[in-house]
Design a protein around this ligand. Structure first.
Ligand code: FE2
Ligand code: FE2
Length: 284
């Protein structure tokens, strides 16, 4: 099986987050979704070309096994956030917020709206899976909209034409509506393209309440939570929990312009909050 070589077409992985935020700008018509052409967004298009070409079922199963074992050592949540912060944007070191700042802005916006403490914590932790970049994973295996593998691709996935490059396209069993899955089998039984959502879910699944775990695990699953795709694989439980995923998504997308958070001032609050739910050090 031939796959394209890993490449890093994004200047920084936050370029994908910025693309998504622009795509779902508040007030923007949903019908504009399909109007992304390669020429207007060359780096992002190239990124999706690699993502869609290489995220096969076999690749996902391999990564689930590799990282699901949590053999990357023990770390506290705050230490993981500090570690993630070492991922700097070479192209624009001054203007972009560092990783902890995005986590704190998301969490603080949730906190200001009076949501439960576990919801605030989900905001603080949701992107920690991006440490996959620091483990040497290519951009296309860390970020990007996620989608099920092992069944037909929805046309509600961005740049669906790039799936022509995916070897799974030539496996008829993987290209039926349900593929390897049963109707409404529940997303816990479905393999999504590998990335930072699934990894942070696996790291935290013993510690956080169920709605928080849904937020972490499915926040990049835009085809489902934004476009209503793949309901034929979702259970009634998933449908209920996706209300929380949608609630969370607004904070992820729209808290960015907010004031720069003061890390030193906020740290004690977040240390206490983390300690309420998570042991001092956990397996990564
Ligand atoms: Fe994310
Ligand atoms: Fe985020």
């Amino acid at each position: 099986m031939s796959t394209l070589q890993p490449q890093q077409p994004l200047q920084h992985i936050d370029q994908w987050d910025d693309f998504v935020a622009a795509r779902y700008q508040e007030g923007k018509d949903a019908s504009e979704f399909r109007n992304y052409d390669e020429k207007a967004n060359p780096g992002v298009a190239e990124f999706y070309r690699f993502n869609h070409a290489n995220q096969t079922l076999a690749f996902v199963l391999e990564k689930e096994k590799e990282y699901g074992a949590l053999k990357r050592g023990k770390k506290s949540i705050w230490a993981a956030a500090d570690y993630l912060n070492t991922l700097v944007d070479d192209s624009d070191p001054d203007t972009d917020l560092c990783q902890i700042e995005h986590l704190l802005q998301t969490a603080e916006a949730i906190r200001k709206d009076g949501h439960p403490r576990w919801f605030i914590l989900a905001g603080f932790m949701h992107d920690l899976g991006k440490v996959l970049c620091l483990y040497g994973e290519p951009q296309w295996a860390v970020v990007g909209d996620t989608f099920p593998v092992g069944c037909a691709y929805s046309d509600q996935i961005i740049f669906p034409e790039f799936f022509a490059l995916n070897p799974d396209m030539r496996v008829p069993e993987y290209q039926t509506k349900y593929g390897i899955y049963e109707p409404n089998c529940g997303l816990d039984n479905v393999h999504l393209s590998w990335g930072h959502d699934e990894y942070i879910y696996r790291v935290t699944k013993n510690y956080l309440p169920e709605p928080a775990l849904y937020m972490l695990r499915y926040h990049s699953f835009y085809p489902a939570h934004r476009h209503g795709a793949y309901r034929h694989l979702m259970s009634a439980r998933d449908e209920t929990m996706f209300e929380w995923v949608r609630k969370f998504n607004a904070y992820d997308l729209y808290s960015k312009g907010a004031a720069k958070p003061n890390q030193a001032e906020l740290k004690p609050f977040y240390e206490d909050l983390i300690a309420e739910y998570v042991p001092a050090e956990i397996d990564w």
